[in-house]
Design a protein around this ligand. Structure first.
Ligand code: NDP
Ligand code: MG
Length: 371
């Protein structure tokens, strides 16, 4: 029986994980849970899952009989240190997920990583911490989970390139001159995936695919020229690898985060409830439009520039998306603020968490000045 901690248990990834544990009767024991501010749901889930330790990161958590209650980021560290866990699912949204990933790895636990910001912002030192503490980083992002499965047992020298698929989001076919009128509601309406707000907006701008290109480069130690992106509106092919001999291998399944989450939490196969129906499949693929979706192209230049630009990109994107969600700027202003932030060189790569915090703050302030 694997002992599992779920960070961000009240969100989209956390809820899918809990539903899978319930519906598929996974052989796991949930030993710790965290949420940011949704205390009521956190406690309700702890009682339902017979989990004894909880942490509320945004503020003080009320004591509850029978539960070990922790508060804040310090509390998260204390909770993880108090637990005997095998794997921690990081389903926290945004840059704050990086600290949680580092705390997990420092405890020597395996990290089932949905929080792509950890890889984008933590870069090489995240992997160094994992190596030092002999912890594994298991990707949960559907594309990277698919790639990890496809790469398993293969000689990486045989891989010509990784092909990340993306649905293209709600504006895939929108004319260029209509981008000035995009509303928050339209941007949140993802055609194939149901997710949290931030990642939904990122899927509309293709910033999510940009973050995933950077994530793939770090996770699989491959340069920008070995990563391709193809638009695949049906979200059935989760990603592919192109072999040097010309063969292309794909992983397919319904657009559902259950499988990548389950694969990261338990070893061995599980019978999933929704098998793929081939009789109704009509799969299409197209090139991404880098003109209408300029943030995707930025990912490749960020990988070539190295330094702190991936971190600056993430910071700019978080600030600009937040402003757009709060209706403080238009869709186009959000995109432009991110581009303008990346016009600076961001040459220095942070080599510690403290340096990361400083650079993140600097990038956020710059982006705010453009909004
Ligand atoms: P949601 O917004 O749905 O959920 C976020 C979770 O994190 C909630 O439990 C929330 O708690 C908690 N949280 C929010 N802010 C903080 C913070 N500052 N510190 C600690 N905890 C926090 O996000 P998603 O589940 O959609 O995404 C989570 C991560 O997984 C993101 O990095 C995303 O990119 C990635 N991902 C998501 C996918 C999806 O299908 N949703 C697919 C692939 C990757 P509370 O509810 O109390 O606010
Ligand atoms: Mg993804």
């Amino acid at each position: 029986m694997k002992r599992v901690v779920i960070l961000g248990c009240t969100g989209s990834i956390g809820s899918t994980a809990i539903q899978a544990i319930r519906d598929l009767k996974l052989q796991v024991e949930v030993v710790g849970l965290s949420a940011h501010s949704n205390e009521e749901k956190l406690v309700q889930l702890a009682l339902e899952l017979s989990c004894k330790a909880i942490c509320l990161t945004a503020r003080h958590c009320t004591p509850y009989p029978g539960l070990s209650v922790f508060s804040g980021v310090t509390g998260l560290k204390e909770m993880l240190a108090s637990l005997d866990a095998d794997v921690v699912l990081n389903g926290i949204a945004g840059f704050d997920g990086l600290k949680a990933s580092l705390l997990t790895l420092e405890q020597g636990f395996d990290l089932a990583l949905a929080n792509k910001e950890s890889v984008v912002c933590g870069g090489s030192y995240l992997f160094e911490v994992a190596r030092q503490h002999k912890s594994r980083i298991i990707p949960v992002d559907s594309e990277h989970s698919a790639l990890a499965e496809l790469i398993k047992g293969r000689d990486t020298n045989e891989i010509g390139s990784l092909i990340l698929t993306g649905s293209g989001g709600p504006f895939r076919t929108l004319a260029s001159d209509a981008f000035g009128h995009i509303t928050v509601e339209q941007a949140l309406a993802h055609p194939t995936w149901k997710m949290g707000k931030k990642i939904s907006i990122d899927s509309a701008t293709l910033a999510n695919k940009a973050l995933e290109v950077i994530e793939a480069s770090y996770l699989f130690a491959l340069p920008a020229e070995k990563i391709e992106v193809v638009i695949h509106p049906q979200s059935i092919v989760h990603s592919m690898i192109r072999h040097r001999d010309g063969a292309v291998y794909a992983q397919m399944g319904p657009p559902d985060m259950t499988l990548p989450i389950v694969n990261a939490l338990v070893d061995g196969s599980v019978s999933l409830v929704r098998p793929l129906d081939f009789t109704n499949l009509n799969l299409t693929f197209e090139q991404p439009d880098y003109q209408r979706f300029p943030l995707l192209g930025l990912a490749f230049s960020i990988l070539e520039r190295k330094g702190g630009s991936a971190l600056a990109f993430n910071a700019a994107d978080e600030v600009a998306v937040h402003a757009f969600l709060e209706r403080r700027c238009t869709y186009l202003k959000m995109i432009r603020a991110i581009e303008k932030t990346l016009e600076r060189s961001w040459q220095v790569a942070p080599s510690s968490f403290e340096e990361t915090l400083e650079l993140d703050k600097e990038a956020r302030e710059l982006t705010r000045s453009f909004l």
